[in-house]
Ligand binder design. Structure first.
Ligand code: ADP
Ligand code: MG
Length: 390
């Protein structure tokens, strides 16, 4: 069964009636620009064909109910109970439900509307979870698109991306940036979204993988990460410390030419965190230029340099990700890097179509030789953003 059909089926099963419509939003892969988003910097993600689907029908009673194939139950709250205190009371609901309920809360807060109809929502997804492909943005985007239309909200796609981030930051408690939600809302077929995370201005950048005979391969290591705990928050704190020591609002305001001065101002670890962000921002700009001027075969070295910077300076890689990248390059990939927040998740490799199989075998063998669990390897196609489907 497709995820779209599964969302409809779940709706009938849990709510005992038919939905009025279905919406979906994609996961995303980030071509380059990692951890730059919360530093007001640049990122270049693209939406993928894996999507989270939601079936919806309005209710008469101002109650919101959510169900997912992830969970047996139905989570139910009056909409009036969400605003303004939902984040403070999030522990009252199971973790996954904080994503859609958080979006409903964020949209109420954003629009100031208090006259909203209740809704039933049922979710099903084919976005791998915790693989660095942002299943979280997909569920947020699907929820935001469905609710905005149902509630006839006067909002644009950037507002919906913002509501997703607000939900994730405040209702879930994961201190992530806005890249994932922007990619999920604004994605275009065969293109990446060049996003300035300070201004939220976007440009569509044609990727041209297919005409160049290239495939984008995702190597899901199966190593799970968690954004709500652990190293992500710590890296964020290091970046804030670095910016404060340099007297700038965000590391976006630091250029490669400033790095020697930065080195003198801070301890070695903080400096290396800063250097990753500053050089990564430059690599995003260089990648956009290379794609536009020379096409996708020209970006390989930038992808490889990005991985090295995350491994050595930002220290967010793990041995499985390094192995995925090294084996991909040895198998003839144009470029490869880990993608997503790090500490697990997925790597991406850009490779000629006729070498995908060779690369898959090489990475699988390298994992086996290192005693790692077998990775899941698949290609992704740059795809369109959140939409109503039926
Ligand atoms: P990812 O890298 O996949 O975004 P996150 O930890 O940020 O990983 O988000 C994953 C979490 O999002 C899941 O653990 C779950 O709580 C929620 N989630 C994602 N998709 C769904 C879904 N279809 N149904 C219910 N919850 C979901
Ligand atoms: Mg996520």
């Amino acid at each position: 069964m497709t995820a779209a059909a599964a969302a409809r089926a779940l709706f009938g099963e849990r709510f005992g009636r038919e939905p009025v419509g279905t919406w979906s939003a994609p996961g995303r892969a980030n071509l380059i620009g990692e951890h730059t988003d919360y530093n007001d910097g640049f990122v270049l993600p693209f939406a993928i064909e894996h999507r989270t689907h939601v079936a919806l029908a309005p209710r008469e009673d101002g109650v919101i109910r959510v169900a997912s194939t992830f969970d047996d139950g139905v989570v139910e709250l009056p909409l009036s109970a969400l605003d303004p205190t939902f984040p403070a009371r999030r522990d009252e609901v199971v973790e996954w439900a904080r994503y859609p309920l958080g979006v409903a809360w964020a949209l109420q807060r954003l629009t100031g509307r208090t006259d909203l109809a209740g809704v039933d929502l049922a979710f099903a997804s084919d976005v791998p979870v915790g693989a660095g492909l942002s299943s979280s943005a997909a569920i947020e985007g699907a929820t935001a698109a469905a609710l905005a239309e149902t509630w006839a909200l006067d909002v644009d796609r950037v507002d919906l991306a913002r509501a997703g981030r607000t939900a994730e930051n405040e209702a879930v408690g994961a201190p992530t940036g806005i890249m994932d939600q922007m990619a999920s809302m604004l994605g275009r077929a065969d293109a990446a979204i060049f996003l300035d995370c300070r201004t939220l201005r976007t440009e569509v950048v044609e990727l041209g993988f297919a005409p160049a005979g290239l495939e984008l391969v995702v190597i899901d290591t199966g190593v799970k990460h968690s954004h709500a705990t652990g190293g992500y928050g710590e890296r964020r704190a290091s970046c804030e410390r670095g910016a404060a020591l340099l007297g700038v609002p965000a590391l976006r305001d630091v250029t490669p030419a400033d790095l020697p001065r930065a080195h003198a101002l801070m301890d070695d670890v903080t400096f290396r965190r800063v250097r990753h962000i500053v050089t990564e921002n430059q690599r995003v700009l260089d990648t956009v230029r290379a794609l536009r001027e020379d096409g996708p075969t020209a970006i390989g070295d930038l992808l490889v340099a990005s991985h090295a910077s995350m491994r050595d300076d930002f220290e967010i890689s793990v041995p499985e990700l390094d192995t995925a990248v090294e084996a991909s390059l040895a198998a003839g990939a144009v470029g490869a890097r880990m993608t997503g927040g790090g500490f697990g998740g997925a790597a991406i490799a850009l490779v000629a179509r006729e070498r995908v199989e060779e690369l898959t075998d090489a990475v699988t063998s390298a994992f086996a030789a290192s005693g790692f669990s077998a990775p899941t390897i698949f290609t992704v196609t740059p795809s369109s953003g959140a939409a109503r489907d039926a």
